[in-house]
Design a protein around this ligand. Structure first.
Ligand code: DMJ
Length: 663
């Protein structure tokens, strides 16, 4: 019982206001401020008087930096140190913005580049680049956008010509902060068969090309070994490393490449690291897809190539630690797993997973079951395929990019792409069918249907050269945008045709191969950008347009991968020659003298390709491996009737081939 005096209400006392000024808020606030000021002690007032001017000065000093960052953000371009994003990873979905499509800035009256050279032009002469982070020179514009001025800002103490602060795509960095002194002109990389300026190139034989790829690997390895040993990625410009999962990603991704190239010394030092240093017993979150294709895939393929049980043990360890990802209401796995704690979750802002991610882990987990005779791995990933097979929301066999881990339904319906977030779904339909001995008819049906969907909805021709390309569909609207990632498709189509699928798949593979090659040839550096837009207006401009934000090259493998398949199946040497051109340009524009190769920001600028200071693990895991296989004339070097490559270029046996005896 409450005491009788207790009042069951809350009393609220409102501050009194002068009735004369009650309706005049500004004046009332001014008087109130003044009263508060008067109530301060003398010491407090003096402190405020000293602090205020200091605050104003600070604001004035940092304003350009903030403004620069903001410009970089709205430009959609690279940030100072972009957050690690995997190709299929989820980013928050902004209302009104189609996922994966960077909104274009408003069009302006702009100068246009001079008429593009014809598609089959001779290779342009390219000057030596400077591999330093520095301001962009003007004049290298997208066909439809003005190059943003890259102001060179000077610090207060600096006079002209002294250590400038450089604004780089909106980020401000000390020119020499992360970059050790570089030669003013990049060291001339001696590539066999690279002619002197003006001279006609001499044909280069396969042995020379193979040796050049091995040399490139050794050069990359040298940088990794010296500056990033045991870490995830080399940062070759700053001679340091970056972590993503903290699991020696580059080293694991590169194991089978070294084996295939016969780099015994490098392989055995890497093996020793795996044996003594690699531990998965760590309280870390890893992305299920990325760790499956790179780590589990890399360990399994190395086991199959070498027969060394160490790699199988490690594969079992990581495989079982990834299994909590499948504990969801729908059985569609979460994107992230803590391999130490055995917990899994979606990204913070959504309960969706990416379709490509949940449907491109099957080759690896199925193989793990095959080896261990433990069906849990295979059951989990086969269930995902069964669920996706039955789902509504597909368009002519094409899948949306997101799927919900609670409901098991597709989300964000209406956007269809063969690029990021959907790409390897299509690749793994075919490859699982191949892996399983061509028996699983649902997989084949879905693959064939989706390729019809591509032809009906996404395939168009560019103008003026009539290049066949794969665009995107967004809520019924066709966009002529094609990611470099889509260049896996010629190889996959060719693999299907080799396995008895319709002959027109091979025809399409050849056409798309030409297009992917042109995405390199038509750039000033001879290296493809991340994304291109094709011109579809008859009689207008050039075939390929590149937006400002899309000019980077991350040393990706897809085109080289497809060249390898096309060469294997057709024996047409032009594919080797195309690959050789691309290889030489990687050497010319991305090779860092002190060791390693770097992603670059601008494939349209031969003088300042603008290094990003990162060598992705797939450069050693995939790109250099596919170069090596492309230049090899030995069909037994990873026989495509015995092995199927996972999406990270790790070859896994086609069943019912038995695993090798342990050595
Ligand atoms: C690799 O991790 C894989 O090839 C993946 O399928 C796509 N992205 C990168 C290479 O570009």
């Amino acid at each position: 019982m409450y005491p009788p005096t207790r009042k069951d209400f809350v009393s609220l006392t409102l501050p009194e206001r002068d009735p004369r000024t009650y309706n005049n808020g500004k004046q009332w606030r001014r008087q109130s401020c003044w009263r508060k000021w008067k109530q301060l002690s003398r010491l407090q007032r003096s402190l405020v008087l000293v602090a205020l001017p200091l605050l104003v000065m600070c604001l004035v000093l940092v304003y350009p930096r903030l403004a620069g960052r903001w410009r970089g953000f709205v430009d959609g371009g690279a940030k100072e140190e972009p957050e690690k994003q995997h190709d299929h990873g989820l980013k928050p979905v902004i209302p009104g913005v189609v996922p994966g499509v960077i909104p274009e800035p408003p069009k302006q009256n702009i100068p246009v580049l001079p008429e593009a050279p014809p598609v089959k032009k001779p290779f342009p002469k390219r000057g030596p680049p400077v591999l330093q982070n520095r301001a962009q020179k003007r004049g290298n514009v997208s066909d439809s956008q003005v190059e943003e001025e890259m102001p060179v800002v000077k610090s207060r103490e600096q006079g002209d010509g002294e250590k400038p602060l450089v604004s780089w795509r909106g980020a401000i960095i000390e020119a020499d902060q992360t970059t050790d002194p570089q030669p003013s002109v990049q060291e001339k990389v001696a590539v066999p068969g690279d002619p002197a300026e003006g001279a006609t190139p001499k044909p280069v034989d396969s042995a020379t090309r193979l040796e050049a790829v091995k040399e490139a690997f050794r050069h990359a390895w040298k940088g990794y070994k010296q500056f990033a040993w045991g870490h995830d990625e080399l940062k070759p410009i700053s001679k340091s490393y970056g972590e993503w999962f903290n699991l020696g990603l580059t080293l694991i991704d590169a194991l089978d490449t070294m084996w295939i190239m016969g780099l015994k010394e490098e392989f055995s030092e890497a093996r020793a690291w795996v044996a003594t240093e690699l531990s998965f017993s760590k309280n870390i979150d890893v992305n299920l897809f990325e760790s499956t294709i790179r780590i589990l895939g890399g360990l399994l393929s190395t086991y199959h190539l070498t027969g060394d049980a160490l790699f199988l043990d490690k594969a079992k360890d990581i495989g079982s630690r990834l299994m909590p990802a499948f504990n969801t209401p729908s059985k569609i796995p979460y994107s992230d797993v803590n391999i130490g704690k055995g917990t899994a979750h979606s990204p913070r802002w959504t309960s969706d997973s990416t379709v490509a991610e949940v449907t491109s882990i099957q080759l690896e987990f199925r193989q793990l079951s095959h080896l261990t005779e433990d069906p849990r791995y295979r059951d989990a990933v086969d269930e995902v395929m069964r669920l996706v097979h039955k789902l509504d929301g597909k368009h002519d066999g094409l899948v949306p990019m997101f799927i919900n881990t609670n409901s098991g339904q597709f989300t964000h319906l209406g956007v269809y792409t063969l690029g990021a977030r959907a790409d390897s779904y299509y690749e793994y339909l075919l490859k699982q069918w191949v892996q399983g001995g061509k028996k699983e008819t649902e997989l084949l049906e879905d693959y064939l249907k989706s390729m019809e969907g591509v032809k009906n909805n996404l395939l168009k021709k560019s103008s003026p050269s009539g290049l066949t390309f794969v665009g995107e569909l967004s809520h019924g609207h066709f966009s002529p945008k094609m990611d470099h990632l889509v260049c896996f498709l010629p190889g996959t189509l060719a693999l299907g045709a080799h396995n008895g699928l319709p002959g027109d798949h091979m025809e399409l593979a050849k056409q798309l191969m030409e297009t992917c090659y042109q995405m390199y040839v038509q750039m000033e550096t001879g290296l493809s950008p991340e994304i291109v837009h094709f011109n579809m207006q008859a009689g207008e401009g050039r075939d390929v347009d590149v937006k400002l934000a899309d000019r980077h090259n991350l040393l990706r493998p897809e085109t080289v991968e497809s060249l390898f398949y096309l060469y294997r199946f057709t024996q047409d040497r032009k594919y080797q020659d195309w690959g050789w051109e691309i290889f030489k340009n990687f050497n010319k524009y991305t090779r860092v003298p002190s060791g390693g190769y770097t992603s670059i920001n601008n494939v349209r600028d031969t003088e300042y390709p603008n290094p990003r200071d990162k060598m992705e693990s797939f450069f050693l895991g995939e790109t250099l491996k596919y170069f090596f296989l492309l230049f090899s004339d030995d069909p037994e070097l990873i026989n495509l009737d015995k092995y199927v490559f996972n999406t990270e270029a790790h070859p896994l046996p086609i069943w019912p081939n038995q695993p090798p005896a342990e050595v």
